[in-house]
Write a protein that binds this ligand. Structure first.
Ligand SMILES: Cc1cc2nc3c(=O)[nH]c(=O)nc-3n(C[C@H](O)[C@H](O)[C@H](O)COP(=O)(O)OP(=O)(O)OC[C@H]3O[C@@H](n4cnc5c(N)ncnc54)[C@H](O)[C@@H]3O)c2cc1C
Length: 459
């Protein structure tokens, strides 16, 4: 059996290490943390959620929910920990980020198969180094991979691609003005999980003007390549008077119990941990200076005296040219023994990164047990599943402008017999199709496990 090492204990790396360990394989899990941290990481635990505590919708009729459903079928540690640490958030799966990360660590430790190593990985291993050590390496160092390793990748594979991603501020509950918010979920779905801060027209317009005029933090080489789903709130304000009202500040489905009316606009606050105490300003990722954040968000009545537990920040995120560098199984084309996973490969989002770690590790487990790397193609998940469509996009996209990708229904290929005309029915069909093809794939995967002597019970 080959030696296995996973570099990066983030969403992808932690999920990958678990998938390897649950096949009974020992894994070295290497991270620069906790001795040194990237600009966005601060926790000593693995699987750190650096920004929002929401893992998005859990409803399988959404792309993100369907991805979760498939990952649960594949025994994802990220979802097991999320289910154990969830906080109420309507139909979204949101977690207490500290409890979540501790649960991931606990489950990993319980396997007794994880060797934790604190170390900065500074260069790509050459294939012959890995072969000499009889070792497979998976690199999942994420969008904020440290400079030395990134330069090594750029030397090997050409310049890295990048985009900017921003995080929203977190405020303390006790500093909010209860006279200016109400608890409710949109359309009354589920329990009243969000604190909603209503804005009248005058306040909304003043807030918009202040966002546009505010001082923004100077970010090295900021070139406005911002991921579409993570636009800073001030960029949305600039797009048009109503852009925020149709976006993160939309009031639909929310009625202020004091006026019995739908407010002009609503800023929602989402709970950060089950005990309350900390709230995230939903959709308010920003690159305003810290002083400007206090002033501009202070225009919202409920936030006049808000205490900021974490300010919003923006970072440059790197990823490789997936289709040029990677082949089936997320293996590096030019090397038999090197794999990549997570956001570094061109998927975007917490769940997508974990999903990429999950599927890559399942292929690696078989290669470690003796399967030739070329067989990864046979074991690729089909595009009729969300997980397959997402991971196949990363290695096979023919776009000239390769962009990071979230799970979405546009990626799915509808098999004969699963095509429906109406939108709602299409989503029902997508769930049925996913269940069918995931079941077929699991049978195939298990037969490979048997062939290569891996424990099927564990697979
Ligand atoms: C500021 C910011 C905000 C974001 N907000 C969201 C959000 O709200 N929702 C969402 O879904 N996604 C968000 N993302 C995007 C993305 O989904 C996350 O970054 C996700 O954590 C990526 O998972 P990963 O496993 O690929 O990388 P990470 O989770 O970043 O894990 C990488 C790990 O590798 C370690 N590492 C880095 N370099 C080295 C090295 N050279 N040697 C050893 N270890 C190293 C790091 O310490 C880290 O633990 C955000 C990203 C950023 C940067």
């Amino acid at each position: 059996m080959k030696k296995l090492r996973v570099v990066g204990s983030g969403l992808a790396g932690a999920e990958a290490a678990w998938q390897l360990a649950r096949h009974g394989l020992t894994v070295e899990l290497i991270d620069i943390k906790p001795g040194r941290m990237t600009p966005a990481h601060s926790s000593i635990y693995p699987a750190e959620l650096v920004c929002s505590n929401s893992l998005k919708s859990d409803d399988p009729h959404t792309a993100s929910g369907l991805l979760k459903r498939e990952m649960r079928q594949l025994d994802s540690i990220v979802l097991a920990a999320a289910d154990a640490s969830s906080v109420p958030a309507g139909s979204a799966l949101a977690v207490d980020r500290s409890a979540f990360a501790k649960e991931v660590k606990r489950i990993l430790d319980q396997t007794g198969l994880i060797i934790w190593r604190e170390e900065e990985f500074t260069s790509l291993p050459a294939d012959d180094e890995n072969i000499e050590d009889d070792c497979l390496t998976l690199i999942a160092t994420g969008p904020l991979t440290t400079d030395a390793l990134m330069q090594s990748m750029a030397r090997e594979w050409g310049d890295m691609l990048h985009f900017f991603d921003a995080a929203a501020p977190i405020v303390s509950e006790e500093s909010l003005d209860p006279d200016h918010y109400f608890a409710a979920s949109r359309y009354g779905k589920g329990s009243a999980d969000y604190l909603n801060c209503p804005l009248d027209k005058e306040t909304y317009l003043a807030f918009r003007e202040a966002l546009i005029a505010a001082d923004k933090a100077e970010i090295k080489e900021f070139d406005r390549k911002v991921f579409e789903h993570c636009q800073p709130i001030e960029e949305l304000a600039e797009r048009g008077e109503d852009t925020m009202r149709f976006g993160p500040l939309r009031p639909v489905g929310l009625e202020d119990p004091r006026t019995r009316q739908t407010p002009y606009a609503v800023l929602q606050l989402r709970r950060e941990q089950s005990s309350g105490g900390m709230y995230n300003l939903v959709g308010c990722q920003t690159r305003m200076t810290f002083k400007a954040q206090r002033e501009v968000f202070g225009i919202i009545p409920a936030l006049r005296k808000a205490e900021y537990l974490r300010y919003g920040v923006m970072h440059r995120n790197h990823y490789i040219k997936g289709p040029q560098v990677l082949t089936w199984g997320n293996r590096v084309k030019s090397q038999q023994t090197l794999f990549l996973a997570g956001q570094l490969t061109g998927v975007e989002g917490y769940m997508e990164s974990a999903a990429s770690g999950l599927i890559t590790a399942r292929q690696m487990a078989l290669i470690a047990a003796g399967m030739p790397a070329e067989e990864c193609k046979v074991l690729a998940l089909p595009n009729t599943t969300m997980l397959g469509a997402l991971t196949n996009y990363v290695i096979s996209s023919d776009s000239v402008d390769f962009q990071p990708m979230n799970a979405n229904f546009g990626l799915l290929e509808y098999a004969e017999g699963y095509k429906a005309k109406r939108k709602r029915e299409r989503k029902e069909q997508a769930i049925l199709m996913s269940d069918h093809f995931m079941g077929e794939w699991l049978d195939l995967y298990n037969s490979y496990c048997l062939r290569y002597g891996l424990d099927v019970e564990r697979s």
